[in-house]
Write a protein that binds this ligand. Sequence first.
Ligand code: HEM
Length: 186
Amino acid sequence: MYGMVNKAVEELVCLHHGEEVWEKIKERARVDVDVFISNEAYSDDITYQLVGAASEILGQPTDEILIAFGEHWVLHTARKGYGEMMRAGGRTLPEFLGNLPNFHSRVAMIFPKLQPPRFECRDITSQSLSLHYYSHRPGLASFVIGLMQGLGKMFQTSMTVRLRIPKGDVSDHDVFDVTWEMPSAT
Ligand code: HEM
């Protein structure tokens, strides 16, 4: 994954636990990179090792770390670094979710080696949809949950997200139920 992902993990850890803890995590992960370059592509193994080591050192389950990382990605990394792109994604939560399937095609213009996830929205109503998430990468469902929660906060919209069908024997991708309550117009 592009360096910006590892950089964002670093930022999240340093924000809550400080640089010393981050250095310990890198050591435990056996990742010998001083500074991640945002627009350079790194092996996915590095990201998985960092998240795994963070889980061990912080004593927090991987899923919890991925959820926190998803929220941080939307509320800090994406909003601060790519504000224009996030604004172009939609003015409300349902609008943004409806545009999600096309979102990374714009990202890919800046990051040509991007291997993005694929999203599909189905069963769309005024207050819910099912989000189908396809990726060749394993174990990132909790990251998607965090991303959704971050979007709910960004749009100040009360929402819930639940993994209904996990990727596995029954399905080749994850399916989430997303519901929301639009703030009243008054
Ligand atoms: C401007 C904002 C965004 C940028 C710049 C961005 C960029 C990226 C990058 C660089 C990766 C790593 C993949 C790679 O390097 O090959 C990635 C992965 C991912 N992105 Fe985004 N992204 C943005 C917003 C979002 C949003 C809003 C969502 C969903 C709500 C999302 C969902 C994901 C997921 C789930 C992955 C994990 C990769 C996978 O599933 O295979 N991203 N994105």
